[in-house]
Design a protein around this ligand. Structure first.
Ligand code: GLV
Length: 308
C-alpha cells in the first residue's frame, strides 16, 4: 500500500508530511521521488492530466485535495477506482466567513465610506434595510449550508437553488429552471457555491445575471468556470449589477492585464476563501485507501455521472 501526492500547483510536501505523521508505516511519495508505479494504490491530487492514471496499475482510489474534485474526473479513470473529495466543516465555515465579509462590504457600503475617508468627508448614507439584502444561494451542499447558517442571525432573507428539492430550516428552497428564475428574481446578493459540472459550467452568463434585481451583487466561491467573465463586465458596466466579489477565476491567476484586476466594482481575491486543512485531507485520504482495500463504500465519494 503506497500513496503518491500529485497536488500541483499546491506544494506536495505538507501533504506528504501529514500523511507520514498519521501513518508512519505507509510509503508516501511525491512526484519528485520517482516512485515505483506498480506500488501506488492511492493518488492524492488537485488535478490530473489524461494519461496519468493508467500509469498506476494497482490504483484503488483517487483522492482530491479540494472540496471540488472536478479536475480529477478525467476520462481514463477506470470504473473500479473510487474518486473521493474532502469534506471539511472548518473549510465550509471559513468560506461562509468570506461570503459574509464580502456581502457586508457591499451592503454596508464600505467601499463608499473608504472613498469618503480618503477625502476626509463626513457624510452619512441610509443603511440598506435587510429587506433589500435578500440572499440567494446557488447550491446548498456543505458550503451552501454553512453560508445559510452564517446569514441566519443577520435578518437577511435566505433562499437557495438546489438540484433536488428538499426542506431546509429558515431557507426557502427552489429547484429546476423555473425555480432558478424565481430565485434570481429575489436575490439582491447571489452567492455561487455550486460544484463545477457540465450543467453548471457557464451558468452565470448574461441571461442569468440579467434576471437579478438591478443593483444586485455576485459573490463567486464556486469555480471560475461558472462565470462568463465578459458577461459580468457587461452587466457591471451597464449598471445592472452593483458589484462582484470573486475568489475563483477561469484562469488562476488571471493575466496581469485582465480587466477584472482593475474594475472599480470588483473585489478579486486569490482563491483564499478557504482551503481544506492539510491534516483533514491526509486523514480522509488514508481512510479512503483503507476503505478501498476493505471493499467498503466511500462516505465522500464523487458521483462521476453527476460530476461532483
Ligand atoms: C477549493 O477550491 C476546494 O475545492 O477545496
Amino acid at each position: 500500500m503506497a500513496i503518491l501526492v500529485l497536488s500541483s500547483p499546491l506544494p506536495a510536501q505538507p501533504f506528504v508530511d501529514a500523511l507520514r505523521a498519521l501513518a508512519p508505516g505507509i510509503p508516501v511519495w511525491s512526484e519528485a521521488d520517482d516512485p515505483p508505479a506498480e506500488k501506488v494504490e492511492a493518488l492524492l491530487a488537485w488535478r490530473l492530466k489524461p494519461g496519468t492514471v493508467p500509469r498506476y496499475p494497482k490504483l484503488r482510489v483517487l483522492c482530491s485535495v479540494g472540496a471540488g474534485a472536478e479536475k480529477l474526473l478525467v476520462e481514463d479513470v477506470p470504473d473500479h477506482v473510487s474518486v473521493t473529495r474532502v469534506v471539511d466543516p472548518l473549510q465550509a465555515q471559513e468560506i461562509a466567513q468570506y461570503v459574509l465579509a464580502c456581502t457586508l462590504r457591499f451592503t454596508r457600503e464600505l467601499p463608499l465610506y473608504e472613498q469618503q475617508q480618503s477625502r476626509a468627508e463626513w457624510r452619512r448614507h441610509p443603511v440598506r434595510p435587510a429587506s433589500r439584502c435578500r440572499v440567494g444561494l446557488l447550491g446548498l451542499g456543505a458550503v451552501g449550508q454553512a453560508v445559510a447558517r452564517a446569514f441566519a442571525p443577520l435578518g437577511y432573507e435566505v433562499s437557495a437553488w438546489v438540484r433536488r428539492g428538499r426542506e431546509w430550516p429558515g431557507v426557502q428552497v427552489f429547484s429546476g429552471t423555473d425555480g432558478l428564475h424565481r430565485l434570481l428574481a429575489r436575490s439582491d446578493i447571489l452567492v455561487c457555491t455550486l460544484p463545477l459540472t457540465a450543467d453548471t459550467r457557464g451558468l452565470l452568463d448574461a441571461a442569468t445575471l440579467r434576471r437579478l434585481p438591478r443593483g444586485a451583487v455576485l459573490v463567486n466561491v464556486g469555480r471560475g468556470e461558472h462565470l462568463v467573465e465578459a458577461d459580468l463586465r457587461l452587466l457591471l458596466d451597464e449598471g445592472h449589477l452593483a458589484g462582484a466579489a470573486l475568489d475563483v477565476f477561469a484562469r488562476e491567476p488571471p493575466k496581469p492585464e485582465h480587466w477584472i484586476w482593475r474594475h472599480p466594482r470588483v473585489l478579486a481575491t486569490p482563491h483564499i476563501a478557504a482551503q481544506a486543512s492539510t491534516e483533514t485531507v491526509a486523514q480522509q485520504c488514508l481512510d479512503a485507501l483503507q476503505r478501498a482495500r476493505d471493499g467498503l463504500p466511500q462516505p465522500h465519494a464523487v458521483d462521476r455521472r453527476a460530476g461532483y
